[in-house]
Write a protein that binds this ligand. Sequence first.
Ligand SMILES: [Zn+2]
Length: 766
Amino acid sequence: MKPAFIAACLCVTVLCPLSGAKNSDDLPLYGFTAASSQVQRDWESKFRAIPSPQIMRTSMQRLSARPHHVGSLYDKQNAEWILSQFKSWGLNAEIETFDVLFPTPKERVLEMIEPKRYVAGLQEPKVAGDPTSDQQSEQLPSYNAYSIDGDVTGPLVYVNYGLPKDYEELDRLGVSVKGAVVIARYGNSWRGIKPKVAAEHGAVGCIIYSDPRDDGYFEGDVFPEGPMRNESGVQRGSVMDMPIYPGDPTTPGVGAKGDVKRLALKDIPTLTKIPTLPISYGDAKPLLAALKGPLAPESFRGALPITYHLGPGPARVHLKVQFNWDIKPVYDVIARIPGAEQPDQWIVRGNHHDGWVNGAEDPISGQIALLEEARALGELLKRGWKPKRTIIYCAWDGEEPMLLGSTEWAEYHGDELKQHAAIYINSDGNGRGYLEAQGSHALEKFVNGVARDITDPEKNISVWKRGQAERLVAARGRPQDKQERKEARTRADLRIGALGSGSDYTAFIDHLGVASLNVSYGGEDQGGIYHSIYDDFYWFTHFSDTDFVYGRTLAQTIGTMVLRFADADVLPYDFTDFADTVHKYNDELQSFLKDRQEEVRERNQNLEDGVFSATSDPRRPQVAPAREEVPPFISFAPLDNAQASVARSAEHYARAIKAFTEHCGNGGTACASEQAMQGINDKLIQTERRLTSAQGLPRRPWYEHLIYAPGFYTGYGAKTLPGVREGLEEKHYQEAEKEITRVAQALTDYAGAIEEAAGELERVTR
Ligand SMILES: [Zn+2]
């Protein structure tokens, strides 16, 4: 997953020119006194000189040489190899094992039985020249993990991306999916949303295919001539209902270890309700070509050389899938560097090591950066560096099926992590281009600070300046809005996006309330091999970060983050960017409600005036939408007030930390004892936790963060202030109002915690 880095700019002057930003070396690092800043910069530049593209290349070749999915021999061998690497660098490391439910296919059948017979091949053939594409005996066949077993036959209906709004459109066109097998295309949501929404609408089966419009020939040359998906490429992937809870489906909320109590298969709420299977566009084309019925709306049409119809039928398909429902081990490799001064404050860094097949890009391109960081830290230790805080490096297993290794580890160690974890930094693959970062907005200033100190390997300017430039012009073919351009010139920090889900940060931020980041480079590399057998060393070294210079940049970026968080005098959280971001979210919600009210009012008027029947083409009739109650006014006042108090406390804290770092030499100990500093930092660690509620979100108690969550109907995509936003979107207005009170309470507590920290910093500052 590579969502866009929605960020902005840190310029001191209004309209600062790209070349005119202040040289960041002149400024003390945020969270450091002037003296400790100098020492820190010295260690950081030594660190950044170590990661080696050549070593990364060799490591990728080793780790992606054979398929290494959960339960495979090579998955275990990779874990053991990573362990031996950590140890060879002098790190204290071990493998921690969990036992998780991991289904693999026993039988997969997809055939069209009317109007003519077609049997889907469901095979990805080897490609000449690509040496690992012929490891058939070890490859997992293409399938969707956590689909239920099933054997269904029905008319086919094409549902576009299979999102709720697509079904609204189908309703208008009089197309029902009741009793039908739907075919949806990949994209625009977490794939598990597609069977979920299809089942909610009465479908009996779900096929998901990759349309060439989205990652095939429409976008570029296909593999092996180019990087895009060829006609046989299939995207594997989990379809579990991850917005309910991720991790081992049999042990929600607890670590899947030893004799833990497990849910029976029939009681697991997150398996799909209908059988689901992914296919290539080679296999999808005959099915889609056999559909009649209404012409697909323009937004539904892909790039196959056919006229897209919706059905139902006359195509009828038979779909049968059966799985081995086995419990399999996952091997998390965990390395620890104990902190010298504040060992009970933890910096946690992770990337998964399991792949769907050979997984060179996903996840090994991120894993090799993590390994180079760990090697470099081992090197610094030999040269005498001692981190103030404890650093924990985690190579997760079982991310692909459902964030298994990271979630079980986070659940098993939940109490300790809630107490000790200051930050979790994730990556999950890497490419070429721009810095992409999402995460807790208390870390936005910190991310910007690091981005200013990292050099882009293609342009020799800071990755921050490149990020700013990208927000000023449509550098990645993404239209920039006016507000974004304005902010890129004038706002102190480039904005970072919010975290949804789809990678190993999920349990840390959403379940435990640990301030988290997800970091990668991308935007200049295209690809259509995601979760196929062609995501391998050959593909990566021909079409992605071929010389591994962005691999090195990722190691430099995240390694610098780790060092800086581990060694700061005052943990470098900042609350002003957070306050500004919450303000923005609140504004969005208030205008969303206004827009909805207006839209419903107008639609009801149109219904009364007969507008829909007057415009319905008798030869292509459309069904008028149903009349709806106009959404009520609800009170945002508690949120407005809480947001204002967060903003006030954030300003207060900003003054306090500035005074502290300016006046207190010797890493702060000139003003306060080491013990007092530890107390202040312990308090700061707890601030993000105040944004959680043990009750969790409505209908999904595992998700405890009240500011960020994956959308119930988007999955990967973040919903911010999720209880309120989804209440409004899903028309639970009373619930939205209740959630406003809950979020407001959490924000008020958060403001209180910030006040306390500010007060303590002021007390010790002389
Ligand atoms: Zn991944």
